[in-house]
Design a protein around this ligand. Structure first.
Ligand SMILES: [Zn+2]
Length: 289
């Protein structure tokens, strides 16, 4: 297979022209976009700022470590979750990188598929019916069993838990531990990392995504793939490459600092790969729009 060549950072006019002239845009976003927006799960500085005292008390150094850490009590587990969900889902203003992408696509039919669970596309103003996030969304709790496929909005519960932390910064009140109204089990964030992740509500939304694809491949479709690593291969990278290889009017624009090569045969013919920071790409393209 011919090896794809990463395009020079100076050749952004090509991407701009293709986006400008297309009929619809499909955005595929992975954790690289979160990082570009400043949501750093592997950064000690970020962790120290958001979780003061957690390193000394628990020996934790990053958000990623803390997400999979077994806290000594449920009260401490939910204290961490309340801080995490508040910081990553609710209390951060929309980031430029997201609002710039919205500006770029808002006047064309568009859709977002993402493995990110922080809801920043919705926070930036993307319509919820145009977002498909099969790895879940931090704004929902689910039963940890789960005894039901129903999800629960957690904003009020998170705010109430944060209020508890003024008394004890590391633990919520026992009476505030969220439980399933149906079976009494603990509630957990509805994200892939949770034990017994309930993906049924998200699978039901996949029909919106499939409908968008069926319509858009009839015209000039641009797939804008942003920071999708191999953890998003089966959901975003490979399907996008397959579409690029099989539908002549489609173009895959891949922005990725490391993994920019294509794997599906012939996908390289219709792929522009930018080996650069997503924020820089976005800012440069936004200036052209
Ligand atoms: Zn339950």
């Amino acid at each position: 297979m011919k090896e794809i060549i990463a395009i020079s950072n100076n050749d952004l006019a090509r991407a701009h022209e293709i986006i400008d002239n297309c009929d619809s845009v499909l955005i595929g976003a992975g954790t690289g976009l979160s990082a570009a927006a400043g949501f750093l799960t592997n950064d000690f500085g970020t962790f120290k700022r958001l979780f003061p005292g957690y390193t000394r008390r628990y020996g934790l150094k990053t958000v990623a470590e803390a997400i999979s850490f077994y806290f000594p009590s449920a009260e401490e587990h939910y204290a961490f979750l309340a801080r995490y969900i508040s910081a990553f889902r609710y209390s951060t203003p929309p980031k430029d990188v997201y609002t710039n992408f919205l500006e770029m696509v808002k006047n064309k039919p568009h859709f977002v598929i993402t493995t990110i669970t922080d809801g920043q596309f919705a926070n930036a103003g993307f319509e919820k019916q145009r977002i498909y996030s099969p790895h879940g969304d931090l704004s929902f709790f689910q039963c940890s069993m789960p005894c039901t496929k129903k999800l629960v909005q957690n904003r009020k519960m998170i705010d109430s838990m944060l209020d508890d932390l003024s008394e004890n910064p590391f633990a919520i009140r026992s009476s505030n531990i969220p439980t399933c109204p149906r079976c009494g089990s603990f509630l957990e964030p509805n994200i892939l990392e949770s034990v017994n992740f309930n993906n049924i509500p998200w699978m039901q939304k996949s029909t919106d995504y499939i409908d968008f694809l069926k319509n858009s491949v009839k015209g000039k479709l641009v797939m804008l793939e942003l920071g999708v690593g191999h953890d998003g291969s089966s959901i975003i990278r490979l399907p996008f490459e397959y579409i690029a290889a099989n539908y002549q009017n489609t173009v895959l624009i891949r922005v990725n600092l490391k993994d920019y090569r294509t794997e599906v045969p012939f996908a390289d013919r219709q792929t522009l790969a930018y080996q650069m920071d997503i924020k820089e790409f976005c800012a440069a393209i936004a200036l052209c729009v």
